[in-house]
Design a binder for this molecule. Structure first.
Ligand SMILES: NC(=O)c1ccc[n+]([C@@H]2O[C@H](COP(=O)([O-])OP(=O)(O)OC[C@H]3O[C@@H](n4cnc5c(N)ncnc54)[C@H](O)[C@@H]3O)[C@@H](O)[C@H]2O)c1
Ligand SMILES: O=C(O)C[C@H](O)C(=O)O
Ligand SMILES: [Mg+2]
Length: 533
């Protein structure tokens, strides 16, 4: 520091100030706030004042801080973002920037360092609907997990919110709303905007991986298909979720089959919710069955999907494109609309909720699953927690502790008849940090389906003996860096198998050296000494 600044800094730190004490002081300040949103605002302020300390605290307190910075509290932060906004912390690209998007992107301060952008258009934030320009915190929250969970350097991250307007009237009417006050454009105008945006991203940020986040279902599928072979891009809600749930399902199916004695290939999966997440997961779960030796057609026959109109059948008029693949052709009879009737007809071993329909898995539903399965697999995956299809304590109580459970948002452990049960969290946060790190280190030209699948298998195999003994299906969050390294390693090797990598050096490394290199590349918050005379 120049002498004048050093002198100022010395004068302003109290004589007994130490960094270690200050870490404890910040934790105490955080814990003194009662409301989760207040905690979010506090942490956001801390990040602005001292980012290194913020990430150091996050790394040391993942279990406590992730539910504040990420799901579920980040959802509340998004809903209220126009009112809690403090300072610029990401990049907004608005529909009014059309024709000069390249110039807008060029204003970003860390272009040479930039490696990963999370881009949302705010149109489907978690299960909370169209939040427009208030969606930026979801990009920030995902990138905080890249930094803490996979050691991506903070200066390499680019949070982006595309401000295309909103169809949510209460925001259009809110005098403090931070976005443009228009309804969303039609598909043609949006396509033109997205084409210009993606091309400009490639020009301005040549080394960037783009993660699409929380686009409404039609656009999520459309823009993934449109850009996946042209740019380095993946969709977290379709591919990240598919990958994390395949992983949890592999471990859950093993536990369930061990209890029932039935072969793994006999599982039958019922999806409640058939949007980007439901169909994304269903497509990824096909590979669970093909891994057991089933043909692709047999695999498809093990999956049933349900939307707000009931069991999806091929004869339904006006069926949306993304629902056609799993639409049943073998059901004859009147439309099945009640979940219990559907369960009794399908006899699923697993019920997965991606419906945004709070408490849809009622006692009757859960007991119907428990009646036909020794250990029913029930995953209420909708976020945030108040939209979960069933709360953990109910799932435990209604199945007398037999359920194999994972939810999208975190739950606390539950004690039932003197036994304490730990829930799994089936959230794409276990996948995207490692998937992104692997794609960045290998300099992969594209993110392939096989890379996503290898990420999933690596996650499934990452359980420790202790975690297996506790019958967990996902590893503990405190091990996230280790898990991300294993995921990244698997992604790099798959990129190499498919000739998608542009970092030839990594090919020359034996497995243990490559894994060590992935760990070495992870950024650690530096301990910044307090200046003293
Ligand atoms: N756990 C995770 O990692 C993860 C990842 C992605 C998405 N999600 C969650 O999944 C949910 C869905 O996301 P999406 O993008 O697929 O949304 P979406 O709105 O496109 O899809 C919702 C689906 O649920 C169906 N549905 C709604 N109400 C229903 C009801 N009462 N009965 C039956 N079906 C009903 C709809 O018809 C639709 O098919 C969100 O809450 C999101 O937060 C979780
Ligand atoms: O953001 C999350 O917590 C998971 C997922 O991407 C979602 O949209 O719900
Ligand atoms: Mg999402």
């Amino acid at each position: 520091l120049p002498h004048r600044l050093l002198a100022m800094a010395i004068n302003r730190f109290p004589p007994h100030f130490t960094t270690a004490d200050h870490r404890d002081r910040c934790l105490e300040q955080l814990r003194s706030k009662c409301a989760p949103l207040e905690k979010y605002i506090y942490l956001n302020g801390l990040k602005g004042r001292d980012a290194n300390l913020f990430y150091d605290l996050l790394l040391g307190n993942m279990k406590e801080m992730v539910p504040i910075l990420y799901t579920p509290t980040v959802g509340e932060a998004c809903i209220n973002y126009s009112h809690i906004w403090r300072r610029p912390e990401g990049l907004y690209v608005s529909i009014e920037d059309k024709g000069r998007i390249r110039d807008v992107l060029s204003t970003w301060s860390n272009i040479p360092d930039s490696r990963i952008a999370v881009v949302t258009d705010g149109s489907r934030i978690l299960g909370l609907g169209d939040l427009g320009a208030n969606g930026l915190p979801i990009s920030i929250g995902k990138l905080d997990l890249y930094i803490a969970g996979a050691g991506i350097k903070p200066s390499s991250t680019v949070p982006i919110c595309l401000d295309l307007g909103t169809n949510t009237q209460r925001y259009l009417d809110d005098p403090l709303y931070i976005g443009i006050r228009n309804r969303r454009p039609g598909p043609e105008q949006m396509n033109e905007f997205m084409d210009e945006f993606m091309e400009a991203m490639k020009e301005v940020f040549p080394n960037l991986l783009v993660q699409f986040e929380d686009f409404s279902t039609d656009n999520a599928f459309k823009y993934l298909d449109r850009y996946r072979d042209k740019y380095r891009v993946f969709n977290d809600d379709i591919q990240g979720t598919g990958s994390v749930i395949l992983s949890g399902f592999i471990n859950a199916a093993n536990l369930s089959s061990a209890a029932s004695g039935k072969p793994l290939g006999d599982h039958r999966i019922l999806f409640f919710g058939a949007g980007s997440a439901g169909i994304g997961v269903a497509k990824q779960l096909l590979s669970f069955f093909t891994m057991q030796g089933l043909s692709p057609e047999e695999a498809r026959s093990r999956i049933w999907t349900v939307d707000s109109k009931g069991l999806i059948t091929a004869d339904r008029k006006g069926l949306q494109e993304h629902k056609k693949f799993f639409a049943r052709t073998d059901y004859e009879g009147h439309a099945l609309t009640h979940l219990v009737d559907i369960i009794n007809y399908v006899k699923p071993t697993a019920l997965l909720g991606l419906s945004t329909s709070k408490n849809a898995f009622t006692e009757e539903v859960v007991k119907a699953m428990a009646n036909i399965n020794e250990r029913p697999i029930i995953f209420p995956l909708s976020n945030p927690v108040h939209l979960s299809e069933v709360d953990y304590h109910n799932a435990i109580e209604w199945t007398d502790g037999k359920v194999i459970f994972a939810s999208g948002s975190p739950y606390f452990p539950v004690t039932h008849k003197d036994v304490t049960y730990e829930p799994g969290q089936g959230n794409n946060m276990y996948i995207f940090p490692g998937l992104g790190l692997g794609a960045i280190l290998s300099k992969a030209r594209h993110v392939s389906d096989a890379m996503v699948e290898q990420a999933s298998i690596a996650l499934a195999s990452s359980l420790t003996e202790e975690e297996k003994a506790a019958q967990l299906i996902y590893p503990r969050l405190t091990r996230i860096r280790d898990i991300s390294a294993q995921v990244a390693f698997a992604v790099i090797r798959q990129a190499q198998r498919e000739d998608l990598d542009m970092n030839g050096y990594l090919r020359t490394l034996p497995d243990d050296t490559l894994l060590a290199l992935v760990h070495d590349k992870m950024w650690q918050p530096p301990a910044v000494p307090i200046p003293r005379l």
